[in-house]
Design a protein around this ligand. Structure first.
Ligand SMILES: NC(=O)c1ccc[n+]([C@@H]2O[C@H](COP(=O)([O-])OP(=O)(O)OC[C@H]3O[C@@H](n4cnc5c(N)ncnc54)[C@H](OP(=O)(O)O)[C@@H]3O)[C@@H](O)[C@H]2O)c1
Length: 330
């Protein structure tokens, strides 16, 4: 099969497109998926550089979010059947034409959703929905501040908070990102490069925010937390800035805020019923096209190195996708 292969660690340029990479064996309980689209995420860049928290042994095919069609199922697997359009996530493997994954790890793609949007929906919308619904427990009419609002999780957070009836203040580093966030439901937008974030947020929300969703960390977290009203909720989701902030505890005491965290694997382990309910709800929203990812850039499969550079250099707005569609015709 054709695949983007990493045979030594390094920057995006070490990834090479190969024509005859072996297709993975079909193990018990697994299905084979022909990949039609894959999302490109910052962790893919880190895994190729061997700088991620988990290690992939070379050679390997990077890529962790995909959509495609089931082409083969192992004996005894009843669903999904061959021919079903599916999406899913994995640690590595999605930047190849074929992928073998556990049958139970796949989601059927609603008819109305194309392959690129199905691949891009994977983690970001689910993360944002669990955070808003189960951790922050956002209520209609509340004011939600979303940091990193031009990123995958942030933009999904903007869209979903608005769908849940909240008023959303989007924070990002460029007006271009904020224009997209506004089109996804943000009523206030704050460019954190235009002035001190604390003052800008106070101007936007004189009465304070109810919730902060923070997938960025670094210098943005504390000023955002300071703009919460008494009793507000701050949810730490990730550290895209590369810096884990340290918040003085007296600030929590004085402001009476709740600091909460979300980690997908732990949430799935400790709250399986809520996970299942949220999964149902968010898939209904997707199927009815009330929500969906923003694809800021799409690259043909052969341009995987350019796509990785694009993500590594922080140019992405929303999600970046590799398109395999044309390969299926050849
Ligand atoms: N807890 C969980 O279970 C979970 C689940 C999914 C993702 N995450 C984490 O959440 C974070 C965000 O994920 P994502 O998919 O939204 O990422 P993303 O699409 O790359 O967006 C990250 C945003 O962070 C901001 N940022 C600030 N400094 C940055 C830097 N040095 N490099 C890259 N971005 C930087 C950027 O916004 P501005 O430039 O506008 O500030 C960017 O839009 C990641 O750390 C990810 O690992 C956690």
């Amino acid at each position: 099969m054709r695949a983007a292969v990493c045979r030594r660690y390094g920057g995006p340029d070490v990834v090479m497109v190969e024509r005859d990479y072996p297709s993975p064996d079909l193990g018990d309980g697994h299905v084979r998926v022909r990949v039609h689209a894959a999302a490109v995420n910052f962790p893919d860049v880190l895994i190729v550089a061997d700088k991620y928290q988990m290690h992939a042994s070379v050679p390997f095919v990077p890529g962790s979010e995909f959509a495609g069609v089931v082409t083969e199922v192992a004996a005894g697997v009843s669903a999904p059947a061959a021919g079903t359009r599916v999406s899913g996530t994995c640690f590595v493997g999605a930047f190849g034409e074929e992928l073998v994954v556990p049958a139970g790890a796949l989601t059927a793609v609603p008819d109305a959703i194309d392959d690129q949007h199905a691949a891009a929906f994977g983690v970001a919308h689910r993360t944002a929905y669990h955070v808003l619904r189960s951790v922050a427990k956002v209520q209609p009419g509340e004011h939600v501040i979303v940091l990193g609002a031009g990123g995958g999780v942030g933009l999904a957070g903007v869209q979903l908070a608005a769908v849940l009836g909240a008023t959303v203040t989007a924070v990002a580093s460029s007006d271009e990102k904020l224009t997209v966030a506004a089109s996804f439901g943000a009523t206030n937008t704050v460019n954190h490069r235009s002035g001190p974030l604390r003052q800008s947020l106070r101007d936007a929300l004189p009465g304070g925010g109810d919730v902060v969703i923070d997938p960025v960390g670094g210098d943005l977290s504390e000023p955002a937390l300071r703009t919460l009203r008494w009793g507000g909720r701050f949810v730490t989701v990730g550290y895209a800035s590369g810096e884990i902030p340290r918040i003085p505890l007296n600030l929590i005491l004085l402001k009476g805020v709740h600091v909460l965290g979300f980690h997908f694997i732990d949430f799935a382990t400790h709250a399986p019923d809520e996970l299942a309910r949220n999964e149902r709800e968010v898939l209904e929203l997707l199927a009815s096209q009330r929500i969906g990812p923003y694809i800021g850039a799409s690259f043909p499969f052969e341009e995987v190195v350019s796509a990785l550079h694009y993500v590594a250099e922080g140019q992405a707005i929303g999600k970046v996708v590799l398109d395999f569609g044309h390969l299926n015709d050849s």
